[in-house]
Design a protein around this ligand. Sequence first.
Ligand code: HEC
Length: 136
Amino acid sequence: MKLVKIGAFGLAASLLAVAAQAGTPPAIYTAPQAQAGASDFSQNCAMCHGANLEGGAGPALVGQAFASASNNYTVGAIFTELSQQMPAGQPGSLSHTQYEDIMAYILQKNGYPAGSTAISYDKAMGDTTPLVSQVK
Ligand code: HEC
């Protein structure tokens, strides 16, 4: 019985260690932004990246195929790519608000929580927050 107790404690301790290491992703956008971003995405991005961000002519924008820890993505790098290069063929053609909202939507789909601080175009460009998808 003693061994079982030690085993359970060890398991709990290592689960805690994993949780501490992975951390909870920060809340860097608001729920209304993500909601608006969903429709902007479906109108401007889904034809290449898939209705559920699963990929198509363009790469997946959700899960480990997109942002695994080893990719070392940051919010700033992805925001810069999407606001300066996307939609492919018409880069930079959307409004700043639309790019903010779409970034919020991509974060939400990758398991980042909504909060009270809105993501802003100028700050998002240089945001060094790691972007590691929480979706397995
Ligand atoms: C005409 C097809 C097309 C459209 C529309 C399009 N993309 Fe892309 N996208 C691509 C392709 C192809 C790539 C990969 C090559 C590249 O980076 O240019 C890409 C790359 C990306 C990347 C980088 C992914 C990575 O893992 O580095 C992001 C982020 C992205 N797109 C977001 C968007 C968003 C947001 C929209 C809508 C505003 C959009 N794209 C619209 C084709 C498209």
